[in-house]
Ligand binder design. Structure first.
Ligand code: CA
Length: 227
C-alpha cells in the first residue's frame, strides 16, 4: 500500500483529501503542522507527501528541507501561493510538483499517481541508458539519437540538457537548476539560453515541434520531459 503524508492545517481540506485517498486504497497520515509532519515522517516513512507551505509553526519549505535530508519520496506542494518565485523556491528545495489551491480532487489524484508511479518504476536515479518514446530513441551511454530510424545530430550542450531532463522524467526541473548544471552558476539568469536550446531540441526530436509532447514548458518555472 502507498502511504501518503498529508501536511495541511485546514481540517476540512485534510478530511476531504483523506476520504479520497482512502477510497483509492492509499494509507494516509495527516499532520497539521511542520513539527508533527517531521515526527510522523520519521516514524512512518511516507511514499509520497502532500505539503502545504503556509503552516502554523514553520514554513513548508523548512519541512521539505527536513524531509529531503533523508527521504527521496515525491513531495507535491499544495499551496495557495501563486507567485512563480515561490514555485521556483519550492522546486529548488526539492519539491517534485506544485499544485495551486484551489484544485480539483481529480487533478490532485492524477498528479499523485504520476509522482508515485515514477518512483516505483525508477529503481535508481541514473536509470537506464536508453530512452524510447513514440517519436525518437535516445542512447544516453553512446549519445546516439534516432528519429524515425534516422540519426539525429545533437550538440554536447543539447545532450547535457537532455540528460538532466531525462533523469527527472515527469518532473519539473527549474530553469535555475538547468542553467546551473549546464552553463554554471554565473549564467543562472540567462533563461534565454534555455529557450533557444529547448527550441532546438524540439525541432530535432519532437514529431510536431509547435505542439511539444515530450519537452514541456512550465512558463516562468522550468521544463519537464515526458516520454
Ligand atoms: Ca495553510
Amino acid at each position: 500500500m502507498t502511504r501518503v503524508l498529508v501536511v495541511e492545517d485546514e481540517p476540512q481540506l485534510v478530511r476531504a483529501i483523506a476520504i479520497n485517498l482512502h477510497a483509492r486504497k492509499y494509507e494516509v497520515d495527516a499532520a497539521t503542522n511542520g513539527n508533527t509532519a517531521l515526527r510522523l515522517a520519521a516514524a512512518h516513512p511516507p511514499d509520497a507527501v502532500l505539503l502545504d507551505l503556509g503552516l502554523p509553526d514553520m514554513d513548508g519549505i523548512e519541512v521539505m528541507r527536513g524531509l529531503r535530508r533523508w527521504s527521496r519520496a515525491p513531495i507535491l506542494v499544495v499551496s495557495a501561493r501563486i507567485a512563480s518565485d515561490e514555485k521556483v523556491r519550492a522546486l529548488d528545495a526539492g519539491a517534485d510538483d506544485y499544485i495551486t489551491k484551489p484544485f480539483s480532487m481529480d487533478e490532485l489524484l492524477a498528479r499523485l499517481r504520476v509522482a508515485t508511479r515514477r518512483t516505483s518504476s525508477a529503481p535508481s536515479a541514473g536509470g537506464e541508458g536508453t530512452v524510447v518514446t513514440g517519436g525518437f530513441v535516445l542512447d544516453l551511454v553512446t549519445r546516439e539519437a534516432t528519429r524515425d530510424g534516422h540519426t539525429v545530430r545533437l550538440t554536447p550542450t543539447e545532450w547535457q540538457l537532455l540528460e538532466i531532463l531525462v533523469r527527472n522524467t515527469g518532473r519539473l526541473v527549474s530553469q535555475r537548476q538547468l542553467l546551473d548544471e549546464v552553463w554554471g552558476p554565473t549564467h543562472r539568469t540567462h533563461s534565454n539560453y534555455l529557450r533557444v536550446y529547448m527550441a532546438q531540441l524540439r525541432r530535432k526530436l519532437e514529431p510536431d515541434p509547435t505542439h511539444p509532447r515530450h519537452f514541456i514548458t512550465a512558463p516562468g518555472m522550468g521544463y519537464r520531459f515526458e516520454r
